[in-house]
Design a protein around this ligand. Structure first.
Ligand SMILES: C[C@H](CNC(=O)c1ccc(S(N)(=O)=O)cc1)Cn1ccc2ccccc21
Ligand SMILES: [Zn+2]
Length: 260
């Protein structure tokens, strides 16, 4: 049997695991080549309905900070677009760089953004729990939103202000009444493709919905993201930056667009 040799070049700086999974044919993130995307006229608009009361807490899991939602009911769901039924909101999180020149996971015609927001939902019509869904073909739907530097984002500030309380890995703070639809861009145009989680277990269970229009945050808001730590209390401090996975091969996939 061939031994799984991973030279160091192919180990991820954060989670030390292999970057590519052998046999992966639909890995994420990818570069979205706008000219190669195929317009699907019957792709319905994405419909989100989020109940701010389902917001539970915010915590630092050592990869990013997550705002988690109560997913025991259908109060906060996404439907429409490429999705054949509603998917329940589980959490949202971000990926960002050490500076404003990079940080997003997906790119658009090789353009990198300083950060990227992921709203993670699971197929509650076909699976009983999130943990089950992440292992299954059509288990998850992640709405990806590019973040660019610009105007101060008023609504994001409530989240930014509480980040110092989750500075260390494993720290958790109660966070309630937050409606993530305030983080969606005004334009409903999106690309969609079949992909994977971008952190372990990298399972190929995600229908990606990448919004075309970025949202804007100002540099002081992004700077607070960079003040978070990968490390737990008492460990040698490592700033949580560059928590994005490198681009993965498109292989034989087509990216569809909801717009011409
Ligand atoms: C996956 C889960 C933790 N990971 C995620 O929930 C997750 C969600 C979205 C993304 S992204 N960046 O693609 O939007 C990445 C990771 C833990 N977990 C639960 C069961 C389970 C089994 C094995 C390993 C980990 C496991
Ligand atoms: Zn993510």
């Amino acid at each position: 049997a061939c031994s799984l040799q991973h030279n160091n070049a192919n180990l991820h700086p954060i989670w030390k695991g292999p970057l590519d999974i052998p046999g992966g044919s639909r890995q994420s993130p990818i570069d979205i080549r706008v000219r190669d995307s195929v317009f699907h006229p019957n792709l319905a608009p994405i419909s989100t309905q989020y109940d701010p009361n389902t917001c539970l807490h915010i915590w630092n899991n050592g990869y990013s900070f997550l705002v988690e939602y109560d997913d025991c009911t259908n109060k906060s769901v996404v439907s429409g677009g490429p999705l054949e039924n509603p998917y329940r909101l589980k959490q949202f999180h971000f990926h960002w760089g050490a500076n404003n020149d990079w940080g997003s996971e997906h790119t658009v015609d090789s353009k990198v953004f300083p950060a990227e927001l992921h709203l993670v939902h699971w197929n509650c019509s076909r699976y009983r729990t999130f943990e089950e869904a992440i292992m299954e073909e059509n288990g998850l739907a992640v709405i990806g939103i590019f973040i660019k530097l610009g105007r101060h984002h008023e609504k994001l500030q409530k989240l930014v202000d509480i980040l110092p309380s989750v500075r260390y890995k494993e720290s958790l703070t109660e966070f309630n009444y937050f409606d993530p639809s305030c983080l969606l861009p005004t334009c409903s145009d999106y690309w969609t493709y079949s992909g994977s989680l971008t952190t372990p277990p990298l399972t190929e269970s995600v229908t990606w919905i990448m919004m075309k229009k970025p949202i804007e945050v100002d540099h002081s808001q992004l700077a607070v993201f960079r003040s978070l730590l990968y490390t737990a209390v008492g460990e040698e401090e490592k700033n949580m930056v560059d928590n994005f996975r490198p681009l993965q091969p498109l292989m034989n996939r087509t990216v569809h667009s909801s717009f011409e």
